[in-house]
Design a protein around this ligand. Sequence first.
Ligand code: C5P
Length: 203
Amino acid sequence: MSFTIAIDGPAAAGKGTISKAVAAHFAMAHLDTGLLYRAVGAQVLAGADPLVAAKSLCPDDLKVSGLRRPEVALAASEVAVLVDVRKELLAFQRSFSRREGGAVLDGRDIGTVICPKAEFKLFVTATVDVRADRRYRELRSTGMDITLEQVLLDVLARDARDADRATAPMIPAKDAVVIDTSELSVDEAIADAISLVQNGMKS
Ligand code: C5P
């Protein structure tokens, strides 16, 4: 049996953490679709053509180090504007979503474009200040020399590019349940998401 859970939202809203926890709770496969764009972005920073990089993407490309770096995130949001790059990554995401046993995919356009018929859709958000602060702490904990202002500007730039692009912009699907994690601890956000999915499964 396949069952798709689509989890979208802006950077650092908590969707990655929530998606992993939801997938583990329901014993489903999990795909962080942002990694696909980050892997293409990283190759572009190294001089590759975006479409060639997207066409030749392989599982090992998702494991290279440095994909979480802010410059790779920005490069990812630049390649994510390209329609042909998005088309190239579509089939893999769709086939993953129909895996036997169920799948959780997180990204920006999962509930709207990749899996419009997903059995359950969640849109995870938080205020931009909270998200920038979280990402700042995360990057500082890895030893990165970066200021909160830089992180805030990066998050704002990425939000604008992701929300304003013509193809597959970041917007909640009409049938998505929206969860705001600004005031929630990690454990509370995970518990809320799991109970929302559970209720969604019953209805
Ligand atoms: O989720 P993450 O921050 O890793 O995503 C990096 C970038 O990849 C996003 O800013 C966005 O531009 C792009 N992306 C996308 N569609 C997805 C997932 C990520 O456009 N489904």
